[in-house]
Design a protein around this ligand. Structure first.
Ligand SMILES: Nc1ncnc2c1ncn2[C@@H]1O[C@H](COP(=O)(O)OP(=O)(O)OP(=O)(O)O)[C@@H](O)[C@H]1O
Ligand SMILES: [Mg+2]
Length: 248
């Protein structure tokens, strides 16, 4: 039966690279409209998890269901209902912002009659309409990041997946970027964000999952976690649970 309030369901997920277990029997659910943060030290398995839920690589075991579609059964349907922002911007430097979005809009199968409307909406959402006819090669890093978001949301995805989207951005650009993500979240998209910035996760996310050595070591609402560990800062809680991959 379709669970209508669930955007993403990860069930018994394991990923092995040869003998190395990068993701170890992970289970979690993300509900419609949630802002979920995935934290964890280098090598914890965050990008591996992002790649699996983006249908870019296959798991060794387990089932992923996104917007009611199982990835292994309907990868095409899943890809249509998600947007992904990762380390690779996938933007073409020599093309303009508009041309890039036109290219990706066609890949997502947006009908040509509607394409211009989608592109203008996406450019306005990331506040780049004034640069729409400039080549991406003339953009700053922050502008490229914002255009990556526009690319990821051009087809109005229900789930936006972001893997460390603010790496290399200055404080102002980070704030602009996160205001934008908050707006996208408020307008109804579910957000799945990985980050190393504990404070950002604490202030932005409804719920967080901490991964360590491929296992979930802590999961819960930010407010509940703080109540659970009243005398610790969020950073201390994070350091404690990820110390040895063991539980607190
Ligand atoms: N293609 C691959 N082949 C073999 N091992 C891999 C591959 N990709 C990732 N790994 C290993 O899987 C583990 C998890 O890597 P992953 O990139 O998912 O971590 P991460 O949590 O995203 O780390 P970071 O915070 O540094 O981005 C690491 O030990 C990494 O070396
Ligand atoms: Mg990573």
């Amino acid at each position: 039966m379709r669970k209508h309030n669930i955007t993403l369901e990860v069930s018994n997920l394991t990923k092995k690279y040869n003998d190395f277990i990068a993701i170890d029997h992970v289970n979690f659910t993300v509900f419609n409209g949630e802002f979920l943060g995935l934290l964890g030290p280098n090598g914890a398995g965050k990008t591996t998890l992002v790649k699996i839920i983006s249908a870019a690589i296959k798991p060794s075991e387990g089932i992923i269901t996104i917007n009611g579609h199982k990835i292994h059964e309907e990868p095409g349907e899943v890809k249509k209902s998600i947007g992904v922002v990762s380390h690779n911007s996938y933007l073409y430097e020599e093309l303009t912002a508009y041309e890039n979005l036109e290219f990706f809009g066609k890949i997502y199968g947006i009908p040509s009659k509607e394409l211009d409307e989608h592109i203008k909406w996406a450019l306005e959402s990331v506040n780049l309409q004034h640069r729409s006819h400039d080549a991406v090669s003339t953009f700053s890093r922050g502008m490229k990041q914002r255009l990556s978001i526009a690319r990821a949301m051009i087809h109005h995805p229900k789930l936006l997946i972001l893997d460390e989207p603010t790496v290399g951005l200055d404080l102002q650009s980070k704030n602009i970027f996160y205001d934008l993500i908050k707006e996208i979240n408020k307008s109804g998209s579910t957000i799945f964000l990985t980050t190393h910035y504990i404070l950002e996760a604490e202030t932005l996310c409804d719920r967080i999952i901490i991964l360590s050595r491929g296992k979930v070591v802590l999961e819960g609402k930010v407010t509940s976690i703080k109540e659970q560990y009243p005398n610790m800062t969020f950073e201390d809680i994070y350091l404690e649970v990820t110390k040895s991959g063991a539980k607190l």
